[in-house]
Structure formats: C-alpha cells, structure tokens
Design a binder for this molecule. Structure first.
Ligand code: MEV
Length: 451
C-alpha cells in the first residue's frame, strides 16, 4: 500500500474520480482494482443511483448472499423468510430447525407491546417543583406544537403516547429529561421521533422563557440533545415452541433419546443464564437469524442488536435472551426480544431486494414482521443449541465451510467433486483440505482413487 495522503474535496469528486483517487493511492494494480470495483455496480444505472444515494462516498456495492429459509410456521402461517448473511450454515441451520418444528405445532408468537422512546436531555438551573407544577401545560404545548408532525401518524393510529418530565439531577447536576413514548405503527419511526423531539425541545425553551414568575436563570434551558432511544424494552415480542418431551424424537442417529436431549438443552439454556461468556455466544446465535432477516427487509440491524444486548442485561448482568424448561413432561423453549422494526419507510421500499423480501413475506405489518424475525432468531438458537448438545457445532459448520475453503483455494469443479466425496466422513479443516488438494494437484495420475 502507498503512503496515504490527506485528501480534500473528496466527496465533491465524481464516482469515477473517487475510484481513480482510491486505486492510485492505495493499490499497486490500480487498473485491475478499478475494474473490479466497477464490476460490482448494478447493470441498471438508475438502480445503481439508488444505492449511491443511500450513503456517501460510495464507489461500489458490497455483495452478501441473499438466501431463504422456507417452511417457517409462525402462528399457523407458513413463511419463506429472506436472510442476508455471509456465515455458512446459518440459513441451513435455521431451515432445519423450522422443519423440525413443522410437525410439532410450529412457532407461536405474540406481540407484548409496541412502544418506542425518545428523550430531550436538558440542563436547567432552578427549582424543580416550579417546573414540575407547570408540566401539564408544558405537555399540552408540546402536543400542540408537534401536531403538524404527528397528524398523519395519528390518522394511522399512532403518535405520541406519553410525555414525562424526568428529574435526573440526583445523578448529574441540573440534568433533566423530557421523556416521550411513541407508537409508530408500521414504520420504525426514527425520523418521525427525532423530528418530534427536536420540535419539543424548541417548545420547551420557549415555554420556560415565557414563565414570568421564573427567575432570569430559570427562564433559560440549555438543550443538550434530542434523540430517540434505541433501547425499546416496551417494543417486545415473545416467541416459543413447545411439545411433549417424547415428541422431540431421537438424536445422533438414535443414540440420544428425547429425555437426555431435553435435559442437556435446558441445562445449556441455564448455563447461558448464569455465565456471561456463554450468554454472549448464545445471543450471538439468536442474532445470526435476527440480523439476517433485518438486513434482508431493509431494517436497521445495529439498532436491533444494541437494543437486544441492553435488554439481555436489563437486570444488571448479561443473560441469555431465550429460556427453556420442562414442566409436566412438556418441553418449552422461548425468546423474549425487543424489536423496533418497520415495514414501511426507510430502506424497506427503496432497496429493490428489501422490497421483494417484504413481498415474499406477504407484505407483513410491523407486528407480523416482529414475530417472523423473532421466530427466525429462535429457530437459529434452537439449531445451534441442538448441535452443541448433540454432535457439536463443527460437524455441520465445517461441511458448509468446506465450499468457502474450496473457493478460497480456487478448486476446479473436478477437484470439488473429489474433495466433497473425500470429506464426507472426515473432519474438515483448512489444513486438511489444502493438503488433500495439494496431493490431488501433484498427482498427475487420474487413476488414483480418493476415498
Ligand atoms: C455461531 O455463529 C453461533 C453459535 O456459536 C451460537 C451458539 O453457540 O449458540 C453456534
């Protein structure tokens, strides 16, 4: 790599100009890299423009696999769920869990709540009781001033559901909040919430400034910031699977019975409740499924992840988001997760494949999508823990990973056939595959049989 130089006015360059600067400054083979970056552009320039406009300084597109999880039964409706994920075996694992539960009642899901939160954080020096006494009028002023923004949402059944004044000055001197709760219907609502909060902050400053019985100091509000909170514990969905233990069947080619499996499964879930190292990996498995559907449907997976992890630590220590129990011979496995997602607005209708994803799911409401996403997370979690307490994770994982290794080693079609057959009953590792390929490649005699 050449020594990076400071660049000014980069964002003003044309896309080709940006690529030129990039390849000339960072690559030893500029022509080749420029060609490669351009090769990932959409064929249709109109569509490419949509992608370019999503972000800034875009020079190309970064491809990820778009797969589908068929046969996911949620509340009796069969979905084919789109998943965008690069990790091998995630889609296969979720598909196998979906199929496993298909004849055992499928996944059940219910929406517990759909409230989102935003805050105006402000610094104010004064007698809190005086501000608190005025709060009913301030609340009305905020509702009135934000009405032009909330009108449309109100027509759809949403809007501002609550406004509170929160005294935080015991934690930080002169620190207070206007905490607002919202119902944003089928949209994720980030822009809606942030616009309201900024308007509310202006109203707050005006309102306080107009209070004649306030001291000069009390008439001044120092707005620190106005922003939604990605922690939405009241935008919650619960999803579960259950069946009599004996219906779970046998595992490991009949070598593990249902009782042993259920015991180990429940124990694994308890471990994820009490050990943060396991809890983190356990929840990562859940988010393998959740993020993949969030991405495929144009939702903000960073918001979903940060919320989920905070929720997992809601009682002071980080724990599993899912639970399992056996009561009266019945195995039950469930997930409670906050999911602030949308099916209208944002990328959902702009990204051509996000739009197709929602179409594939039957144009769900946000509530329905919450249930689909959480069922995918639970399916993923079931598949991971099932593997862990039976065969171990590597068996399935490395089989899927084998193709990645073969692609990395640029195996030919003929070599792929021979390698797949060789590793059918063997442990896959990068070294083992590379060594086997080396033997294959060094051996000019095609007479040798590889088993
Ligand atoms: C790998 O991406 C996810 C798992 O580690 C999850 C888990 O351990 O439960 C398999």
């Amino acid at each position: 790599m050449k020594k990076p130089k400071i660049v000014s006015g980069f964002s003003k360059l044309s896309k080709r100009g940006k690529i030129r600067w990039l390849v000339e400054n960072f690559f030893s083979n500029p022509e080749e890299v420029a060609r490669e970056l351009k090769s990932f552009w959409y064929g249709d320039p109109q569509k490419q423009k949509i992608f370019d406009d999503f972000s800034e300084n875009t020079v190309s597109n970064f491809y990820l696999p778009y797969g589908v999880l068929p046969n996911l039964d949620v509340n009796g409706t069969l979905y084919c769920v789109p998943m965008v994920i690069e990790e091998s075996s995630v889609v296969a694992a979720a598909s196998s869990a979906a199929k496993f539960w298909l004849d055992k009642g499928g996944f059940k899901s219910e929406i517990i709540s759909t409230q989102k939160i935003g805050q105006v954080h402000f610094d104010w020096k004064g007698d809190f009781d005086k501000l608190d006494a005025l709060f009913p009028s301030l609340k009305k002023a905020i509702a009135d001033s934000t009405e032009p923004i909330t009108r449309n949402m109100q027509e759809r059944g949403g809007g501002i559901s609550n406004i509170e004044l929160v005294n935080m000055s015991h934690l930080e001197e002169n620190y207070y909040q206007i905490k607002m709760t919202f119902e944003t219907c089928d949209s994720m609502g980030a822009n809606f919430i942030n616009s309201i909060l900024e308007e509310a902050s202006r109203t707050l400053s005006l309102f306080v400034g107009q209070q004649e019985h306030f001291t000069e100091e009390e008439k001044k509000v120092n707005i620190i910031m106005s922003i939604l909170s990605n922690y939405t514990p009241e935008c919650l969905v619960r999803t579960w699977v259950e069946c009599p233990v004996e219906d779970l069947g046998t595992f490991e080619n009949g070598n593990m019975d249902a009782e042993t499996f259920a015991f180990k499964f429940v124990k694994a879930l308890k471990i994820a409740q009490i050990d943060i190292h396991r809890a983190t990996t356990h929840n990562k498995g859940i988010f393998n499924g959740i993020d993949a559907v969030a991405l495929a449907t144009g939702n903000d997976f960073r918001a979903i992840e940060s919320c989920g992890h905070t929720y997992a630590a809601r009682d002071g220590s980080y724990k599993s988001l899912s639970y399992a129990e056996i009561i009266d011979g019945k195995f039950r496995f469930w997930l409670d997760i906050p999911l602030a997602i949308g099916t209208v607005g944002g990328l959902t209708s702009l990204h051509p494949l996000a739009k197709r994803s929602l179409e594939m799911l039957g144009k769900p409401s946000a509530k329905e999508l919450m249930m689909i996403i959480s069922a995918t997370g639970l399916a993923q979690n079931f598949a991971a823990v099932r593997s862990l307490v039976t065969t171990g994770i590597q068996q399935g994982h490395m089989k899927m990973h084998l193709m990645n290794i073969l692609n990395h080693l640029e195996a030919t079609e003929k070599e792929i056939i021979l390698v797949l057959s060789h590793f059918k009953d063997k442990i896959v590792s990068f070294t083992a595959v590379r060594d086997f390929l080396t033997i294959l490649r060094n051996n000019t005699s095609s007479e040798i049989k590889y088993t």
